[in-house]
Design a protein around this ligand. Structure first.
Ligand code: 3PG
Ligand code: MG
Length: 391
């Protein structure tokens, strides 16, 4: 780790501004998945234990610079208090005076930073204002680090700063998976569209030894190779791009794995009548990879020491077209448990798929990030990470 961590800072008697990502899903006014809240507890507890006052900065949804009552962070306070086991002071309009008036061990949550248009604009005035609220800046929001906003980037330059525990864990895991991994490395990339993952594929073929392409995007590659895809989701206009990626991979010595057998159906529906085929019939669509593909992938996983996973292999939200994703995820989880594989996964859909497969808890690391994980896999610098001070 190149960045300072909580251990490098003296928090006693100081106020720490802690950027967290508690952009959690809500159902009927309540937090429906507290993963991101639980993930920042170590940072809050460690700063408190070191004698620092904690002022949490966070966004919630995309209010576009306006006050949107449903996107108030006050809705998250009960879940945060419960997870922390302590009271949290919610402040709608923060001031240094109000924060200074609170006891030394207070935990404060400031209203949604994105209620101001100055946040996404990374306005220097907002960064100045935020910096005036504390003495030390801690970034624990890896999953928002792809945004150069006032609370994730601008303010970092104005105070002594460091990475929080979650940021540290994310960066360490990602470094082990793609920065300086044990080889061979296999990447699994799935999802609907090649167009949304072009940069990702382009970067990965230069970095990994095996690249597994699954989900709807595999259809684009199959079609580019002259194979039938019937009525499947397919970006035919990207055939040339797909061929370029295949050629790049060949040059770089990266082996690409596409489905060798297919689960096809006539309807995009859960439990639609389906069959396993080698060639997709003209009137059918590909909804999952078949068992031969899963067996081949399992062999690839066995031959590798590191796996990085983003995106499902099939239409995993529709049973039984989650079968290949589930089976491949279980294989990766078993190899990880046996100590044979370091496995890292991230991205919203991916984590949902691995949770459904019951495999998530056996992976080496599951990132809390969606977009930031993807941008990191694309090899892009993350502004929130770059703004952290070197050790
Ligand atoms: C996320 O939910 O992925 C992060 O909180 C970032 O949110 P954003 O995509 O709205 O910037
Ligand atoms: Mg997002």
């Amino acid at each position: 780790m190149n960045w300072k961590t909580l251990d490098d800072m003296a928090f006693a008697g100081k106020t720490a501004l802690v950027r967290v990502d508690i952009n959690v899903p809500m159902e009927a006014g309540e937090v429906s998945d507290a993963t991101r809240i639980n993930a920042v507890l170590p940072t809050i507890r460690d700063i408190s234990a070191a004698g620092g006052k904690v002022v949490l900065l966070a966004h919630f949804g995309r209010p576009k610079g306006k006050v949107v009552p449903e996107m108030s962070l006050r809705h998250v306070v009960p879940a945060l208090q419960e997870a922390l086991g302590r009271d949290v002071t919610f402040i709608e309009r923060p001031s240094r005076e109000a924060i200074d008036a609170l006891p030394a061990d207070a935990v404060v949550l400031v209203e949604n930073t994105r209620f101001s248009p100055m946040e996404p604009a990374n306005d220097p005035q907002m960064a100045q204002f935020l910096a005036s609220l504390g003495d030390i800046y801690v970034n624990d929001a890896f999953s928002a680090a792809h945004r150069a906003h006032a609370s994730t980037e601008g303010v970092a330059h104005l105070l002594p700063n460091c990475a929080g525990r979650l940021m540290e864990a994310e960066l360490t895991a990602l470094e082990a998976a793609l920065g300086n991994p044990k080889r061979p490395v296999v990447a699994v990339v799935g999802g609907a569209k090649v167009s949304s993952k072009l940069e990702l594929l382009g970067n990965l073929v230069r970095q990994v030894d095996h690249l597994v392409i699954g989900g709807g995007m595999a259809n684009t590659f199959l079609a580019a190779q002259g194979k039938q895809v019937g009525t499947s989701l397919c970006e035919h206009d990207l055939a040339e791009t797909a061929r370029e990626i295949l050629a790049k991979a060949e040059t770089a010595g990266c082996k690409i794995h596409l489905p060798v057998d297919l689960v096809v159906a006539r309807d995009f529906k859960a439990n639609a009548p389906h069959e396993v085929v080698n060639t997709c019939p003209e009137d059918a669509m590909i909804l999952d990879a078949g068992p031969k593909t899963v067996a081949a992938l399992t062999e690839v996983f066995k031959s590798c020491k590191t796996l990085i996973w983003n995106g499902p292999l099939g239409a995993f939200e529709l049973e039984p077209f989650d079968a290949a994703t589930n089976a491949a995820a279980s294989a990766a989880a078993d190899l990880t448990k046996a100590g044979a594989l370091v496995s890292v996964a991230g991205g919203g859909d991916t984590v949902a798929a691995l949770n459904r497969a019951g495999a998530a808890q056996d992976f080496s690391y599951i990132s809390t990030a969606g977009g930031a994980f993807l941008e990191w896999m694309e090899g892009k610098p993350l502004p929130g990470v770059q703004a952290l001070e070197a050790k």
